[in-house]
Design a protein around this ligand. Structure first.
Ligand code: C2E
Ligand code: MG
Ligand code: MG
Ligand code: MG
Length: 292
């Protein structure tokens, strides 16, 4: 992989483009063979303790290296996978690959790192999820406490009793639960109190205008206060500017993630990138230059 195969890779197949039926069929067909052809890859984005390190681990983000269309992102892959009935199978691959990668980083000197894996509603509703997580952890020798499962607030809200049951069983295994895109799903406080979550991830939508928009700042501040009351780790996603980095730290976010600090990158580049940041005492993380 070239260095430029990161998050900015050009994709000329926009999901918003209303692909004609022929193209859709072709893509669905291609997706069916993508696993065997080893076309899926995970990119990893570091999560840092606020304001600028150390790195706490990574979030795994799915990519599809399509043979002719180039690198594809989840906003194309996931709806297609759901349509094709492949989401559970692809999710299995993601979990397996992420745990394999984590084990190798743990062995390479980062035994405390966590790996965050996103779960789609379809996976979350699948009866075999908890067993799958347990067997995958075991296969790779990854302790459950090193795995974070990210579930969006909307997903967790879909069917409250079932969600609580699944989340409680995942927590019983020892994994952590992170509520992704928090602030966009209208959770009631009562429900939030019952969720066995360890972490709230503040949606990027509140971070974008944070330094300019008093209302966004007030919302972030309220989420932080809520999270602290419930004893949750608070992560902000989508940190792109030094101003946001400072602001979020001041407001009390424990952890930060975003292009300023580290872009999603292929597994073989991740350790080099983060170890170099560590050697520099994290001086180059964010405000003083970014992760490049
Ligand atoms: P997410 O879990 O909220 O992940 C964050 C998304 O924001 C990622 O997009 C990431 O590349 C992007 N991002 C990170 N930092 C910045 C920043 O500073 N600025 C901007 N503009 N964007 C930033 P990506 O990789 O396209 O993933 C989109 C969504 O797709 C994810 O949102 C997640 O919900 C879903 N997803 C990704 N990988 C998987 C997967 O393996 N399985 C499932 N079920 N869903 C996945
Ligand atoms: Mg996520
Ligand atoms: Mg998110
Ligand atoms: Mg998001």
């Amino acid at each position: 992989h070239a260095k430029s195969s990161g998050s900015n890779a050009y994709s000329f197949f926009e999901p918003s483009m209303n692909a004609n039926a022929q193209e859709q069929l072709q893509l669905l067909h291609d997706l069916r063979t993508a696993i065997q052809r080893r076309e899926f890859v995970l990119h990893y984005q570091p999560k840092f303790r606020a304001p600028a390190g150390p790195a706490l681990g990574a979030e795994a983000l799915l990519r599809w290296q399509h043979p002719t269309l180039g690198l594809q992102k989840p906003d194309l892959i996931i709806p297609l996978a759901e349509k094709a009935g492949l989401m559970v199978t692809i999710g299995e691959w993601v979990l397996d690959e992420a745990c394999r990668q984590l084990r190798s980083w743990m062995d390479a000197g980062h035994p405390e790192w966590t790996m965050a894996v996103n779960l789609s509603p379809v996976q979350f509703a699948h009866i075999g999820l908890v067993d799958l997580v347990a067997s995958t952890l075991k296969r790779h020798g990854v302790p459950a406490k090193n795995l974070v499962l990210e579930v969006t607030e909307a997903t967790a809200m879909r069917d409250v009793e079932t969600s609580l049951d699944v989340l409680n069983r995942l927590v019983a295994l020892g994994t952590s639960i992170s509520i992704d895109d928090f602030g966009t799903g209208y959770s009631s406080l009562l429900y939030l109190k019952r969720l066995p979550a360890n972490e709230l991830k503040i949606d990027r939508g509140f971070v974008m205008q944070l330094a300019q928009d008093n209302e966004d700042a007030a919302i972030v501040s309220a989420i932080v206060a809520l999270g602290q009351t419930l004893n949750l780790n608070i992560v902000a996603e989508g940190v792109e500017t030094a101003e946001q980095q400072e602001f979020l730290t001041e407001l009390g976010c424990n952890s930060l993630q975003g292009f300023l600090l580290g872009v999603p990158t292929a597994g073989q580049n991740f350790l080099g990138m983060v170890d170099e940041q560590a050697r520099n005492g994290y001086r180059n993380v964010g405000a003083d230059g970014g992760a490049g």
